[in-house]
Ligand binder design. Structure first.
Ligand SMILES: [Zn+2]
Length: 178
């Protein structure tokens, strides 16, 4: 009987928390809590999987990167050099904006599409609608979960030529004869 009770309990927990977040042991607890809040309030997909990579050695010009593995599986990274609390929260919420847009079906990395149209990477970063939308998400989520003003201007001044968070030029390598 105890065995069945335990099984039922595990089943109950799994169905209650369908969406999954994977984080490494050294992830910051407040950041994990913030991501879990966004997932709980904005994602209703029991097959969704989000993997958080909090301290990635990213190229200069990148504070965060999102990778799409499947329509409801994403990995996102924050730069290891990003150590300011507010800036980290802002970039985290911006990347979560990309994740939500991917999972809602508005954004796709392969092929690179935004709302049914091929992404135009000739646009300046500030004019790319998928980046504008991720910033809108970040602003909305900041107001809901965090206090004070978000450090948008500071980040824009630091990253004079910010790189696209998804489908960037380091996306793939083609080897001769393969
Ligand atoms: Zn972005």
């Amino acid at each position: 009987m105890k065995y069945f009770t335990t099984l039922f309990f595990i089943f109950f927990i799994l169905t209650l928390h369908g969406q999954q977040l994977l984080t490494p042991p050294n992830a910051n607890k407040k950041e994990v809590k913030l991501i879990n809040n966004v997932i709980k309030d904005y994602l209703d997909d029991d097959k969704a999987l989000i993997i958080f990579n909090p301290y990635a050695p990213l190229f200069i010009g990148f504070y965060g990167v999102t990778y799409q593995y499947d329509k409801n599986i994403c990995l996102f990274s924050l730069s290891a050099v990003l150590s300011d609390r507010d800036k980290r929260n802002w970039v985290l919420l911006h990347e979560m904006g990309h994740v939500l847009d991917i999972m809602y079906g508005d954004l796709s990395e392969y092929p690179p599409m935004w709302k049914g149209k091929r992404m135009d990477h000739n646009l300046e970063w500030q004019e790319r609608p998928w980046e504008q939308h991720a910033d809108e998400w970040a602003e909305r989520l900041w107001k809901k979960y965090l206090d004070g003003d978000p450090p948008i201007r500071d980040i824009q001044n630091e990253l004079n030529f910010p790189n696209d968070c998804i489908f960037h030029k380091f996306g793939s390598i083609t080897f001769k004869g393969e």
